[in-house]
Design a protein around this ligand. Structure first.
Ligand code: SF4
Length: 166
């Protein structure tokens, strides 16, 4: 099988340890097209196919947010969702991700967290964010039960991230 110079140059960009396999894959697909010369288009087509396969395999991170029951009386949660939707602040490192739960602690001392994290685990939650309203000291005091709530979630084997939009 012959390779056009552009195609041969392009394949050199692939890491050496997978190059041989990539070359074989490309040549097989070129053969199937009834051709005996590899063009730059063949290499790009193979690379697109590979990238879309990688995307399919990329796991979606399932996120839940727990927030203060007292603050929920006055806050519908816009800032938490805005930060997630724009992948800002404590959501900036996520690729494919979705929020699967948004719940309040159930009131002091966070009586609902234990039960609701169990439900979230059944739906494969990866991480629970402690909302910024539980952590900040401003118009209302920082949650006095934050350590117990954090431990409660961690003991269930679920990762905890401190904060949402601050
Ligand atoms: S436990 Fe903390 S987060 Fe929950 S209502 Fe009380 S102060 Fe708010």
């Amino acid at each position: 099988m012959e390779w056009e110079p552009d195609a041969a140059k392009e394949i050199e960009k692939i890491p050496e340890h997978v190059r041989k396999m990539a070359k074989m894959g490309i040549e097989t697909s070129v053969e199937k097209k009834g051709k005996n010369i590899v063009t730059i288009e063949d290499v790009k087509e193979a690379s697109q196919r590979f990238n879309s396969l990688m995307k399919k395999d990329e796991k979606t991170t399932k996120i839940a947010i727990v927030r203060c029951d007292i603050v929920s009386e006055t806050c519908p949660g816009m800032a938490c969702f805005k930060a997630f939707n724009k992948r800002k602040v404590h959501f900036s490192d996520y690729g494919e991700a979705e929020i699967i739960g948004f719940f309040t602690c159930g009131g002091c001392p966070g009586r609902r967290v234990f039960r609701l994290v169990d439900s979230l685990i059944k739906h494969d939650v990866d991480v629970v964010h402690l909302s910024s309203c539980m952590l900040m000291e401003g118009g209302y005091p920082k949650c006095p039960h934050i350590d117990e709530i954090r431990q409660m979630i961690l003991k269930k084997g679920v990762k905890v991230v401190e904060g949402t939009h601050h």
